[in-house]
Design a protein around this ligand. Structure first.
Ligand SMILES: Nc1ncnc2c1ncn2[C@@H]1O[C@H](COP(=O)(O)OP(=O)(O)OP(=O)(O)O)[C@@H](O)[C@H]1O
Ligand SMILES: [Mg+2]
Length: 404
């Protein structure tokens, strides 16, 4: 990082340190929106370095993929700061977009100056504004775009965020054709496509011809260290303190989701400040967990309510769910009946057999019990996972309140 940028960041930090603390906390935590400022962005160094390598290689384009909430938009938001020498354009894709509309959005954002020598005796230079637009015809294709993008000489990084929301298969195919055409003919333009998915096929369809010109970069779940950095940075910015125990609980409850780290920490930080304390303690944490439960989406809350509703004195659904959410198998994001039973018995100091929870696991996959689980494979014994991965975190919050 150069000296100028370091000075700017320090000035920025001093400015935000002197803001009203409540306002500051509301600004630095963003549980419901992507990160927009690089100063509030943590981790993802490996992926940034992979993107850097890919865009410096002629003819390479990038697919950045991962699960919902893994931080795709946040990472693409900070790329204009990471690559100051590139002209970065980012557009959001939506369900109703097609090939024409996404490229129209891109080209409308292009506007830059070039210096031109005046003709004649003086030979002064003057600035000329360059804008681009699509040809006035009903359909455009990869060749049209190649021609337009060949006319610019600056280095461009064009980001298509939320590309998974595009439903039109023709648009996906035309995008794949464009990647191939740009890779063969235009050196200074890199496309970066982000979206939810497990691989390139899920985002663009099957196009073997583009596999060589696409780097697939996966955004894995946040590591404990990355989540810890999100909290540490905000402790530093607010001057508050939190002991490691509460920090670890926050990370544990967030179940690899930065969203929950922001949400739990935000309420705990606010409660400490409102009570004029500099050290965040367990009362702030407890308050925060209740607020987080309140804030959780209706669909998640509703599914949970249906899953735990009583069906007689001895019903085991709640405890089976707790076992599914808290076992040490949970990092692999799926589990089988044997693992669930052993966690169930550990939590409840019981000695149930697999047979006695088989029914509960099966029912938790059905609408009558909120469909909170699903069977991953048709294997025997079946492998289960949470249908909505955020449910894991929500169950842990509920368990915390119950055990308080
Ligand atoms: N590197 C990061 N540092 C700190 N917080 C982050 C980081 N990346 C993401 N977050 C936080 O995580 C949450 C999800 O981030 P984001 O919206 O970028 O994910 P996404 O993968 O684009 O989600 P979706 O799949 O819904 O489009 C937000 O609360 C955001 O503020
Ligand atoms: Mg996103």
């Amino acid at each position: 990082m150069n000296l100028f940028r370091t000075v700017l960041i320090c000035e920025h930090k001093i400015k935000i340190m002197s803001e009203n603390k409540v306002e500051l906390i509301n600004r630095i935590f963003s549980p419901s929106s992507p990160i927009k400022e690089p100063d509030f962005f943590s981790g993802r160094l490996d992926q940034i370095s992979k993107i850097k390598n890919a865009i410096s290689e002629v003819g390479q384009h990038v697919i950045l993929y991962g699960k919902r909430g893994s931080g795709k938009t946040s990472l693409s938001n900070i790329l204009s700061f990471t690559f100051p020498d590139y002209y970065v354009i980012k557009v959001n894709c939506s369900r109703t977009d097609n090939f024409y509309s996404i490229w129209d959005k891109v080209l409308r954002k292009v506007s830059f100056f070039i210096e031109k020598k005046e003709i004649g005796y003086n030979k002064n230079t003057k600035e000329e504004t360059i804008t681009l637009s699509l040809p006035e015809k009903e359909y455009i294709d990869a060749d049209d775009l190649t021609e337009i993008l060949q006319s610019i000489s600056a280095d461009f990084l064009i980001i298509f965020d939320e590309f998974d929301s595009i439903t039109d298969n023709t648009t996906k195919t035309m995008m794949a054709d464009t990647i191939k055409a740009l890779s063969d003919n235009v050196e200074n333009v890199t496309l970066l496509i982000t979206g939810i998915g497990e691989n390139i096929k899920q985002l663009l369809g099957y196009h073997p011809s583009i596999e060589r010109c696409i780097k697939q970069i996966k955004l894995d779940a946040f590591s404990k260290e990355e989540l810890s950095k999100i909290i540490d940075l905000r402790l530093e910015l607010t001057g508050l303190q939190m002991d490691d125990n509460l920090k670890n609980l926050t990370i544990e409850y967030s179940s690899e989701y930065a969203h929950y780290v922001h949400l739990i920490s935000k309420y705990a930080f606010l409660n400490a400040v409102n009570n004029k304390r500099e050290v965040i303690d367990i009362s702030d944490f407890n308050y925060s967990i209740e607020k987080c439960i309140e804030d959780t989406d209706y669909s998640l809350k509703h599914a949970y309510e249906i899953a735990v509703k009583s069906s007689g004195k001895k019903h085991k659904f709640t405890n089976v769910m707790y076992a599914c959410a808290t076992g040490d198998f949970i990092e692999k994001n799926n589990f089988n009946i044997k693992e669930v039973v052993s966690q169930y018995n550990r939590l409840n100091k019981s000695s149930l057999t697999e047979e006695s929870v088989r029914y509960n696991l099966g029912m938790l996959c059905r609408p009558e019990r909120g469909e909170i689980l699903e069977k991953l494979h048709k294997t025997k014994p079946p492998i289960y996972t949470f249908k909505n991965p955020l449910m894991k975190a929500y169950i842990k919050l509920q368990l915390h309140v119950k055990n308080k």
